[in-house]
Design a protein around this ligand. Structure first.
Ligand code: PLP
Length: 401
């Protein structure tokens, strides 16, 4: 009889969004007439750019012709044309990443989870709280010790390192899901210095970099000096280009990044990661990689910018409503998320039920992202424009004193 990985028994029984879906479905079953507006899950709603769809169709056509058919891709790291396109994209905001340091994946969630394979289970992992649940879950699954850095109202939901705390792996996400907060260059430099002092590795999630509007907010940790010797970066086309249903992202493990093995030899993390991927991942489909490369063409970048601006206008509608109501929030400016303080001291699940019942609006209770999320609530700007305006009208009517 096999034994099981009992670490799974230590996890929350369901992934956060399954619990939310259950509650919403129960409400709909009891109130079939309710006109529910969903601002909970961070999924996009705008269609994929035309030139990106055309590139995917062309890629699919090539698969049906003997001369251009493609089977397994040799390297498994992604086609050169896409890795070079990603490298060029980094260059467009002043960051120099060689194509050879980039591996293409089927989305950032996979790599956020898979990267833990290359680290020992005896590492102590520092995760900012609240956080995207994948960081905590995937480390608990391997039985690692997880400790937390508090992101809270006092620090604007941008946790900074505590010099007295020791750790080996650090997860940072900027722009942050769920809080919408961002790290400035100076703050990231502090994290990098702390990581180097502790010989720790930073796993940096830049899935929302395309939403950054402020000049002093870096779009990549590699825009900050010293990052290449201590950080890995994950990014995704999901929110940048509407790829949540297409599945494509990329991870950068700089060739400069090494960690000491127990026998004292310096080991390249890029080499370990390549080895892991070679055994467990066979790459992203050719038509999807063609589509992804089209995102980085001038036409693609122009088209995706229109969608991002659409969501940014929604974010402003949400932020303006809370400004008017005098409710505290973070995010909205460099991020598609608005993270608000539940009114009247309500708990975050209490506010979830209140909004669902009284306004038929679904959001995400902050508590689902960690203990510091209690009393806070996430709304997303990824919805339809008119429905966002409608939802905020309902919330304004409900909450105005
Ligand atoms: N990282 C963060 C912070 C996210 O919020 C998400 C998705 O919501 C992801 C990574 C995963 O994105 P994907 O797997 O679609 O690329």
């Amino acid at each position: 009889m096999p034994t099981i990985n009992e670490n799974f028994l230590k996890l929350e029984k369901n992934y956060l969004f399954i619990n939310i879906a259950k509650k919403v479905n129960a409400y709909i079953a009891a109130h079939p007439e309710a006109d529910i507006i969903r601002m909970g899950i961070g999924d996009v709603t705008q269609p994929i750019a035309k030139c990106v769809v055309e590139a995917m169709k062309k890629g699919a056509d090539e698969m049906g012709v003997k001369e251009t058919f493609k089977g397994y891709e040799d390297s498994g790291a992604g086609y050169d044309f896409l890795r070079k396109a990603v490298s060029g994209y980094y260059k467009s905001f002043g960051v120099d990443i060689p194509a050879s340091d980039i591996r293409i994946n089927d989305g950032a969630k996979s790599d956020c989870g898979n990267i833990v394979d290359i680290f020992g289970n005896d590492n102590t992992v520092l995760i900012t709280d609240p956080a995207y649940p994948v960081y905590v879950d995937t480390n608990l699954m391997n039985g690692r010790k997880v400790i937390y850095a508090d992101s809270n109202e006092e620090n604007g939901f941008a946790a900074m390192p505590d010099e007295n705390v020791k750790c080996d792996i650090i997860y940072l996400c900027s722009p942050n899901n769920p809080t919408g907060s961002v790290y400035t260059k100076e703050q990231l430099k502090t994290w990098i210095d702390y990581a180097k002092k502790n010989s720790a590795v930073i796993i940096y999630d830049a899935a929302y970099e395309a939403f950054i509007t402020e000049k002093d907010v870096p779009r990549s940790i590699f825009a900050v000096e010293g990052a290449k010797e201590c950080a890995i970066e994950m990014c995704s086309l999901s929110k940048t280009a509407g790829f949540t249903g297409m599945r494509c992202g990329y991870t950068v493990v700089p060739h400069e990044l090494t960690v000491k093995a127990s026998d004292g030899t310096e080991v390249s993390l890029a080499q370990l990661w390549g080895r892991r991927e070679g055994s467990k991942f066979n790459g992203v489909s050719y038509p999807v990689q063609c589509a992804a490369a089209a995102v980085f063409t001038p036409e693609g970048l122009k088209e995706i910018r229109e969608n991002i601006e659409y969501y940014q206008r929604n974010a402003k509608v949400i932020a303006d409503t809370f400004d008017e109501l005098g409710i505290k929030y973070t995010g909205g400016k460099n991020s598609p998320y608005i993270w608000l303080k539940c009114p009247d001291g309500m708990g975050s699940w209490e506010f979830f039920d209140f909004l669902l019942e009284k306004a038929n609006v679904v959001g995400t209770p902050g508590e689902g992202f960690g203990k510091n999320g209690e009393g806070w609530f996430r709304l997303t700007a990824f919805g339809d424009k008119d429905r966002t305006v409608e939802a905020m009208g309902r919330i304004r009517d409900l909450l105005k004193k």
